[in-house]
Design a protein. Structure first.
Lengths: 199, 475
């Protein structure tokens, strides 16, 4: 996973709430068996409308998506995160995220930051008035900075460390392989097994 | 002999979810989240290819092929068992088959009697049992919580993690109770109940919580009904939904292919009987609902929280105090092509979809068949009946349900996710309106531009007959 410490870029102000993962990437785009190349599926239906935010030249190169609450609810598809990353987003700011989406984002180096509604509103206004203005999302200091404004955000200390180091969860877990083996040796014998198959 | 994990805990009162959680902790303490052991890992073709790729790149194996099982459901056609017309869909299915072969994972492919929607297949095989941890790269994994297990959907990175380690790091959840007092009135189903709950909480109300559904109305539900309720836990943002196992649960599991037998059965049942919330255990939050006040419930908008009684009308954006809810409602009405104030019963539909992991089990088919028997599907309506698994289909045929649907003019299909998500050939066309027993009414969910009203199987069947949203009482 790519390390994330701090990122500065311009904001795409997506004034929508309850953006579920079916909106982020419709199911027809989930058929690939690779981990890349999903940018064409990002907000695919909305992008057909030429007035849609991401079709505006001033937001085409934005790298920070600022959106309304409950972003990424619904389906567990990690493709939603891959699509945002492949399109070029480095961070998403919203008042609240769907749990599975949030977990997926942090495993892929896409920083998701929760800020209060008022901060999101202010970031939207700034980006609408001055699309070129830059915002910094700083995971080291746990701050979002825009001009003379600074907002602190909370971030789980372990997840922050993992993201800043770009660590792979599987490798981390396998450091405790002995504990897994010990647990397995104590499991109840009657717990179901898929093999050998009984039908 | 060292104690089994669930015997090693202290005596402070615990919730059902805490007991199951504690029994699966491999590692705890320090800065890292708890590491949970996973008892059952379900796979399907959409969220697994990149996970297997990850294993291959790292030179890793599947740690416990005997706790892993795959089926084909999201991409599969339901009009035949052999031809997957779309090449990218076919590639994804072929990739799953090849990965299962390479890594030694059991798979139930198209044509096999245990092929079907992954969340129907687990319980059907008796692999889903009380007190387990169950995961799958699919958000409706919460279904399995109906057995008193902690079951939740995961992303593809986590699928890879479980394949490699049979564990998952998980931050400690919060615990919530939804207590449904009294009995559901005649004609009100598990689906109506869960749609009502989501309309109260909104799509994010359960965030971070494992929810225990309890109370008389929950106890009175069949296992199928309990699965319907737990299935939609994710639609209000809950981490998982659970129901304490009881005699009905044991009865459902008993005799299934992978149910414990003999002494193992006795040991299992003895453990299952401990799986209930202790007197004095504390929930972080509780919602109390009076079952007697409920009636058939349907959605009018574009998220599952936008619901209303079938006897009600389409709300106006001004009805909502919260400015975000108001804006969302206005957008939903526009997408759905609905006027505020329209009685729900006057909304005509083009398609009725009966199926999915929410309502594609045998009881759901029976309920709908009972309503539709001796009646005809309205000429303006195309009704699709898609059993949740090949085995459910077989059982329905044995009971003669297929004939009931076919004689009424419905389209009787093979098992799969079908129109629940617009990924296989079963899709709405732009502007088409559906009454659907599935779980999501998101924009475009059932096909680009399609409009979805979530309903129960009984309402779906009555709607198919009348051509507009209706309950059996209207026939």
């Amino acid at each position: 996973m790519d390390k994330f410490t701090t990122h500065t870029g311009s904001v795409a102000p997506l004034r929508r709430s309850n953006v579920d993962t079916d909106q982020i990437i419709p199911a027809v785009y989930l058929k690939r068996v690779t981990k890349t190349g999903f940018e064409d599926g990002l907000f695919a239906e909305w992008r057909e409308d030429e007035k849609f935010l991401l079709n505006q030249p001033e937001y085409r190169n934005s790298t920070i998506l600022v959106t309304g609450t409950e972003f990424g609810t619904g389906s567990s598809r990690e493709h939603a995160v891959w699509a945002l990353k492949d399109y070029g987003f480095k961070a998403v700011i919203a008042p609240r995220f769907g749990d599975i989406f949030r977990g997926n984002s942090l495993k892929n180096g896409l920083l998701t930051v929760e800020l209060p509604e008022a901060a999101v509103e202010e970031l939207w206004l700034r980006a609408e008035l001055h699309p070129e203005s830059e915002v910094t999302v700083d995971l080291v200091e746990c701050e979002v900075r825009a001009g003379d404004r600074t907002w602190s955000f909370e971030f789980d200390e372990f997840l922050r460390w993992r993201m800043m180091e770009g660590l792979d969860d599987v490798a981390l877990t396998l450091r405790d392989e002995d504990k897994i083996a010990a647990y397995e040796s104590n499991r109840d014998a009657w717990r179901p097994r898929t093999l050998p198959a009984q039908v | 002999m060292s104690p089994t994990p669930h015997e090693s805990e202290g005596t402070a009162p615990r919730t059902l979810a805490q007991k199951v959680w504690d029994a699966h902790v491999v590692r705890t303490g320090g800065q890292q989240p708890d590491l949970l052991y996973i008892d059952l890992h379900l796979l399907h073709e959409v969220t697994s290819p990149q996970a297997f790729d990850g294993l291959r790149q790292a030179g890793r194996k599947v740690r416990r092929t005997d706790l892993t099982i795959a089926t084909e459901d999201h991409n599969t056609p339901t009009d035949n068992l052999f031809t997957i017309a779309d090449p990218t869909s076919r590639k994804q299915i072929e990739t799953l088959r090849a990965n299962c072969e390479e890594f030694g994972v059991r798979i139930h492919s198209l044509g096999d009697e245990n092929q079907g929607v992954v969340h129907v297949v687990g319980p059907q095989l008796g692999l889903t049992q009380p007190g387990m941890t169950v995961v799958c790269g699919d958000s409706h994994t919460s279904t399995h919580g109906a057995f008193g297990s902690i079951a939740f959907g995961i992303g593809t990175s986590e699928v890879e993690h479980v394949l490699a380690t049979q564990t998952l790091p998980q931050a400690k959840p919060k615990y919530m109770a939804v207590t449904v007092n009294g009995s559901l009135p005649e004609g009100v189903s598990a689906k109506d109940l869960i749609l009502k709950i989501i309309s109260i909480t909104g799509t994010g109300g359960g965030k971070g919580h494992i929810v225990e559904y309890r109370g008389q109305a929950i106890e009175e539900l069949s296992m199928e009904g309990r699965m319907t309720v737990c299935n939609m836990s994710i639609e209000w943002g809950a981490k998982a939904g659970m129901i304490a196992p009881d005699e009905k649960t044991a009865e459902y599991v008993k005799g299934r292919a992978h149910a414990p037998q003999g002494e193992d059965w006795d040991a299992a049942v003895e453990y299952w009987q401990t799986l209930k919330t202790d007197e004095g255990a504390v929930f972080d939050k509780e919602i109390v609902i009076d079952a007697a006040s409920l009636s058939p419930f349907v959605t009018w908008g574009t998220n599952p929280g936008q619901g209303v009684e079938l006897s009600g009308t389409v709300p106006a954006p001004e009805d909502f105090e919260d400015p975000i809810a108001r804006t969302t409602a206005a957008g939903a009405l526009e997408y759905m092509g609905l006027e505020a104030g329209t009685p729900m019963r006057e909304i005509d539909v083009d398609v009725v979809f009966l199926g999915s992991c929410t309502n594609g089990r045998i009881e759901d088919l029976r309920t709908a068949a009972e309503v539709i028997k001796g009646r005809k599907v309205a000429e303006s309506v195309n009704m699709m009946v898609v059993p949740g698994s090949a085995k459910v289909r077989e059982q329905a045929i044995a009971e003669g349900l297929d004939k009931v649907f076919i004689e009424a003019g419905a389209d009787w299909r093979f098992a799969g996710c079908s129109m629940c998500l617009g990924m296989n050939p079963d899709q709405l066309t732009p502007g088409q309106r559906a009454a659907s027993t599935s779980n999501r009414n998101f924009e475009g969910r059932q096909g680009k531009g399609g409009r979805t009203h979530l309903v129960s199987p009984a309402v779906a069947a009555a709607t198919a007959v009348t051509g507009h949203l209706a309950s059996p009482a209207d026939l």
